[in-house]
Design a protein around this ligand. Structure first.
Ligand SMILES: Nc1ncnc2c1ncn2[C@@H]1O[C@H](COP(=O)(O)OP(=O)(O)O)[C@@H](O)[C@H]1O
Ligand SMILES: Cc1ncsc1CCOP(=O)(O)O
Ligand SMILES: [Mg+2]
Length: 265
């Protein structure tokens, strides 16, 4: 199957080009996602001042918009950066963290989706269902209370409605683009007990999108690499703390054979 070769080619490109990934992300995961991008081979920068986001997006290979710790000033920055990225044709990857938990998050996420049609949206099942659904669906916070299986119809609806790639993460990851769907069954359950793993998946989608203009393929690559690295880390970890450390090491040490032998797509 060609998928593994495409993924490996993208990893090689990321390691060679070290694309700058501009992250407007939440305060919980800044360090974790920067480390994961570095371990993969990309070059992260976290910058959210409205005075500089356009300049930063201008020199980046992709933009991550993550609404984990929202406030009004950050929303201004997110919109400015996204508008600029769209103008320049650079990929925008959106993580609607906690959408559905509060009216503010839901309003901001839906407005962002309508206004900018980000190239890739990555969320957990509850978030994708809340983003697609009527105003009624609520989420508990940032963790999912639904299975990814329950959300793939919602993902399809969002993808078709906005012409974007939608990723639902979980025990199986679903990557959806209109009528196309890929399922990845890598990873391990303890990944959900390390904060920032979802945000890391989103950041990796941006790194892959910076080197591969086929954003469906890019998202498949990112989720495959997340899952394989998580699985490899899980073999060495004794709890969430060591899982995180081994995850970074596994990402850094990825070899072609890990993709060839490990990818469950
Ligand atoms: N039960 C599970 N089995 C395997 N992988 C999982 C499981 N739960 C989460 N993951 C993986 O952990 C990463 C984060 O996903 P998830 O926990 O759904 O995101 P979030 O942190 O946004 O809630 C993804 O790469 C996903 O594939
Ligand atoms: C705990 C928390 N609170 C606001 S953002 C955040 C991090 C969420 O990260 P992830 O969705 O990757 O687990
Ligand atoms: Mg999340």
């Amino acid at each position: 199957m060609k998928t593994y070769a495409n993924i490996w080619q993208d990893i090689v490109r990321i390691r060679e080009k070290k694309p700058l990934i501009h992250n407007i992300t939440n305060m919980v995961v800044m360090n974790a996602t920067a480390n994961a991008l570095l371990a993969l081979g990309a070059s992260p920068v976290m910058a959210h001042a409205p005075e500089e986001v356009e300049d930063m997006t201008g020199i980046a290979g992709a933009l991550v918009i993550n609404m984990g710790t929202l406030d009004a000033r950050w929303v201004t920055s997110m919109k400015k950066a996204a508008l600029h990225a769209k103008k320049l044709g650079k990929p925008v990857v959106f993580d609607p963290v906690g959408v559905g938990a509060t009216a503010y998050r839901t309003q901001v996420a839906k407005a962002f989706l309508e206004e900018f049609a980000p190239d890739i949206v990555r969320g957990n099942a509850s978030e994708i269902m809340a983003l697609a659904g009527a105003n009624g669906l609520t989420t508990k916070g940032v963790d999912s209370s639904h299975t990814a299986e329950a959300a793939h119809e919602a993902a399809k609806e969002l993808s078709e409605g906005h012409g974007i790639v939608v990723v639902v993460s979980g025990s199986t990851d679903y990557i959806v683009y209109k009528e196309k769907i890929a399922q990845i069954r890598n990873g391990m359950p303890m990944m959900a007990q390390v904060t920032g793993m979802g945000c890391t998946a989103t950041a990796l989608c941006a790194a892959f999108a910076a080197v591969n203009p086929d954003y469906f393929e890019a998202a498949v690559g990112a989720m495959g690499v997340m899952g394989i690295s998580g699985e490899n880390a899980g073999k060495l970890a004794s709890g969430p703390g060591s899982l995180y450390v081994h995850f970074l090491d596994s990402l850094y040490q990825l070899e072609e054979k890990d993709i060839l032998k490990g990818l469950k797509i």
